[in-house]
Design a protein. Sequence first.
Length: 251
Amino acid sequence: MQFQLLQKETSRQQPALRAAAQLHVAIICDGNGRWATSRFLSRSAGHRAGAQAARNVIRCAPHLGIHTLTLFALSSADWKRPPAEVAAILQILREYLEEETSHCLDQGIRLNIIGRRDRLPAPLREAIADAEALTAKGSKLHLRLAVDYSARHSLFQAASKFYKATDLSAEAFGDVLAEVQRGGSTDVDVLIRTGGEQRLSDFLLWECAFAELFFFAKRWPDFTPKDLRDIVREFEQRERTCGGLPREASY
Ligand code: IPE
Ligand code: MG
């Protein structure tokens, strides 16, 4: 893959980020298990460390021109894991919602969960509903946590509704998808996957049509705000043609 990010030493004196950037950054937060195993810790300790990495990244995102941040917390495919591991992830998520909602409120963060809710434990569903209701007016950052999420499932659900629609445009389909997902459906500018694997794993397949991809070797608990800042910086150097011609090209 061409898009491996070169983790080069960056100078301490970096130019300011382009202030006007309004980005949707989506992250496949992978590598918690390997991070823990390499330290002789339990996998759930890896997920706890991953939650802390998420807190750090969420805090810095608005300062990097990010208006929407979508984190892949639990894939629908992850139900294949041992029940105790899935239960630990769901418990950590519930604690996160209960502990961080007031911080989200203070910081103007609107929080939504995208994904299926019908298979989640009732107390978690309640914590989600409370967090979403309390933070609904946040306008600095739209934080979306993908939980029991499968892009194919969302697309299938949207298609099942869309066949009855009268406006058959792609925009109208995007609106139906946004409704199905509850937390909207904005095009992704930057897709990051930590942990060294280079695949999409059924994440935001519609929204990533023109995303710039960054596959990052570090495991998620080691990912820092500086790593995110470096990626945003590299993204700003890339030329996005979305099918058009590069600036230099002439016909
Ligand atoms: C990703 O880390 C976090 C979740 C799926 C919740 P993994 O648990 O997939 O970590 P590895 O890939 O086994 O290292
Ligand atoms: Mg993994």
